[in-house]
Design a protein around this ligand. Structure first.
Ligand code: MTE
Length: 320
């Protein structure tokens, strides 16, 4: 049985603790969701998060993940965005453009028996079974900020493992300079791919090899102590916390090692607005938005956006 490691240097400090009024507003927002018992649900999700949990069920991830350091999590209690919000306000364009509909529409995604193709500049292309990858990986829990280019933000506890572990397993050639990620394509289950057929599906994202090997680049298989919800990118998604959220590609089906920067979904849709790097930078307007401030989900008070989304100490050297 493996334990979850709670890492430290990128942890959100207590200085970032959500001010009481914001917290209260968030509680008010949760209440306003209007669903019977939603507060109880939110509490339930959090207490699960503190207790040893079973990650699996649906796709036979049978290991128990235990939290070794619950004190650390308790410090985050007021920081973490309620799962009621992060699971009901989603960007997953394969399922449409209305954030509130995604949790319902993404139920069609069949996340069991998922595999990832490893292709391109590798010693040996292969197809890896996601359950087997999860069994082999050192699982950790990481609480990261997520900053969407649309200027909303959240703080989410993810479970998963560093991307570099999968890269090591993939055994790329020394000529590989970039990693290209692709999401599934299936217009029969994803209405966005059917209705917006002219868009450049599948969703594609990419990182340079040095970014992909950075300790902060993470592959999530769970959140809030349970398996990922389909709307949040089950069964496996990327989380790159120092970049705008659109880089954190969901429901990954292929990882390809390439020589040149891959052209991403958003670069193809709108080349004037999006670039490959997309690092969070409050001094530069990005896409259609002024990026100086952000609105945490559930809050009514804007906060200042930080360079590299608050992870400058860890990632600045990648770009100097
Ligand atoms: N991945 C895929 N495959 N399709 C998408 O539309 N949207 C991105 C990113 N990953 C997206 C995706 C955007 S714009 C954001 S902000 C985050 O997912 C949102 O993640 P969340 O819904 O889990 O908060």
């Amino acid at each position: 049985m493996f334990g979850i490691k709670i890492s430290s240097d990128w942890n959100i400090s207590e200085n970032d603790t959500t001010a009481e009024e914001i917290y209260l507003n968030r509680r008010k927002f949760i209440k306003n969701v209007g669903k019977l018992g939603s507060n109880i649900l939110a509490f339930g999700a959090f207490s699960n998060f503190l207790n040893p949990i079973q990650v699996s069920a649906e796709n036979s991830i049978s290991r128990k993940i235990t939290t070794q350091n619950t004190k650390n999590l308790i410090d985050f209690q007021e920081n973490i965005t309620s799962e009621n919000l992060t699971s009901r306000y989603n960007n997953f364009y394969e399922f449409g453009t209305n954030k509130a509909d995604i949790s319902f529409l993404a139920k069609k995604l069949k996340v069991g028996q998922w595999s990832i193709k490893v292709e391109g500049l590798v010693h040996k292309p292969k197809v890896l079974d996601v359950d087997k990858i999860i069994q082999a990986m050192p699982l950790e829990q990481r609480v990261y900020r997520l900053r969407c280019v649309e200027t909303w933000s959240a703080i989410i506890p993810w479970s998963g493992f560093p991307l570099r572990e999968l890269i090591k397993l993939s055994n790329p050639l020394s000529t590989a300079r970039y990693v290209k990620f692709k999401t599934f394509i299936d217009p029969n289950i994803a209405p966005g791919q059917k209705n917006r057929f002219w868009e450049p599906w599948p969703y594609v994202e990419g990182l340079s090899m040095s970014e992909a090997m950075h300790n902060l680049a993470f592959l999530a298989i769970g959140m809030y102590g349970h398996q990922l919800n389909p709307q949040n990118g089950a069964p496996i998604r990327l989380v790159v916390p120092w970049k705008y959220g659109f880089k954190s590609i969901k429901s990954i089906e292929s990882i390809e090692f390439v020589k040149d920067p891959p052209r991403t979904f958003w670069q193809t849709v709108s080349p004037m607005d999006y670039d490959f790097w997309a690092n969070v930078d409050p001094t530069v307007p990005y896409a259609k938005w002024d990026q100086r401030f952000e609105l945490p989900l559930g809050s009514e008070k804007k906060e200042k956006t930080m360079l590299y989304n608050g992870y400058a100490a860890q990632v600045r050297k990648l770009y100097s």
